[in-house]
Design a protein around this ligand. Structure first.
Ligand code: AMP
Ligand code: ZN
Length: 318
């Protein structure tokens, strides 16, 4: 059985590749737990109105995919077996779409907390099947459907920024262990209109850093959204509008990096990831900036951020 099969941006993982993905995810989940993050599962679809609240259709309409109902008034015209491989449901065979497929895991977190007044910072982690309409699809590195693990911080500006500093070190530590030779780069989100005020603002005041493999594929990103999601979702922390940040891992892209590194040897890749798990399991605290946490309450990061990025305006990207 093939370990990886991709077709039009959709991937099937065989048993060993899947175990590698699970082993990687367990590393990220353990980091999240050490930050006091609570594990949450959000709905698989997002209401159109909720995405509009985050300016998604202004900034990233080209990435969006909607989930529309099939119109049952024209049953005779619906595709039947044997259908052409590229068979489609046409516009007039669909009803209005009230939902979209998720394009990032962390939107669920802000929507799930909408209207909440938190007493202190809150860390959450979630994994979601995400979908993005891309210009083209390439192997494991550019998919239509992929899995994103995110570790999100909702807090005051210093806590939100400190969250990212700690994870940057962790990601580089894992990459050194796996000999992935990652580099980091300040990045901007793929805005539909690169000249929009928000895109310009992001270029002037960078809020996103990516971790890139030798072939230029971003396998993780750290993102500071300032007060954007806090304001739009009406979330406050200790009486002030929440600032948020997230660390995002594209799990299939990590598989891509490991596949390159181990020449497609999935057993060797699995051993390498598990070895990191084992060696770091004995460490006292895998998250350098977070400090000890309690089981019941998420522990906020307390160290002031060393980030040089200014915190002045809102940002729209996840
Ligand atoms: P972003 O929100 O663009 O920073 O995406 C978070 C992470 O998701 C990226 O760092 C990638 O690892 C992953 N990712 C984004 N787009 C894709 C895609 N089309 N296929 C596979 N992984 C992706
Ligand atoms: Zn995010």
């Amino acid at each position: 059985m093939k370990e990886i099969h991709t077709d039009g941006g959709l991937v099937t993982l065989g048993p060993t590749a899947l175990r590698v993905r699970q082993a990687l995810d367990s590393v990220f989940v353990r980091w999240a737990a050490a930050s006091g993050a609570q594990d949450v599962l959000y709905p698989p679809l997002t209401k159109v109105a909720d995405l509009a609240r985050f300016d998604y259709f202004v900034n990233f309409p080209h990435l969006a995919l909607a989930a529309a109902p099939v119109d049952t008034t024209g049953l005779a015209g619906l595709p039947k077996h044997p259908a052409a491989p590229d068979a489609r449901l046409e516009e007039d065979q669909l009803g209005p779409a009230g939902y979209t497929l998720s394009s990032a895991a962390c939107y669920g977190a802000y929507l799930g907390l909408a209207g909440e007044r938190l007493a202190g910072p809150l860390a959450l982690t979630t994994a979601a099947q995400c979908y993005r309409r891309e210009r083209e699809y390439t192997g494991l590195s550019r998919l239509l459907g992929f899995t994103m693990r995110e570790i999100v911080m909702i807090g005051d500006p210093a806590t939100a920024k400190a969250h990212l500093v700690g994870y940057k070190e962790l990601i580089l530590g894992l990459s050194a262990h796996l000999k992935l030779d990652l580099t980091t780069d300040v990045a901007t989100d793929p805005f539909f209109d690169p000249n929009s005020s928000r895109a310009t603002m992001q270029r002037l005041f960078p809020v996103k850093e990516e971790f890139l493999t030798g072939d230029g594929v971003a396998i993780a990103s750290v993102n500071y959204h300032r007060n954007f999601f806090g304001e739009r979702a009406g979330i406050s922390v200790a009486g002030k509008v929440a600032h948020t940040s997230c660390v995002a891992f594209g799990l299939e892209r990590w598989l891509h990096a490991l596949s390159e590194r181990f020449g497609g040897g999935w057993d060797a890749a699995l051993d390498a990831v598990l070895a990191f798990d084992t060696s770091s399991a004995s460490d006292t605290d895998p998250a350098p900036d977070t400090g000890p946490t309690s089981d019941t309450k998420p522990a906020p990061d307390t160290k002031p951020a060393s980030s040089t990025k200014p915190a002045t305006v809102g940002e729209a990207a996840p």
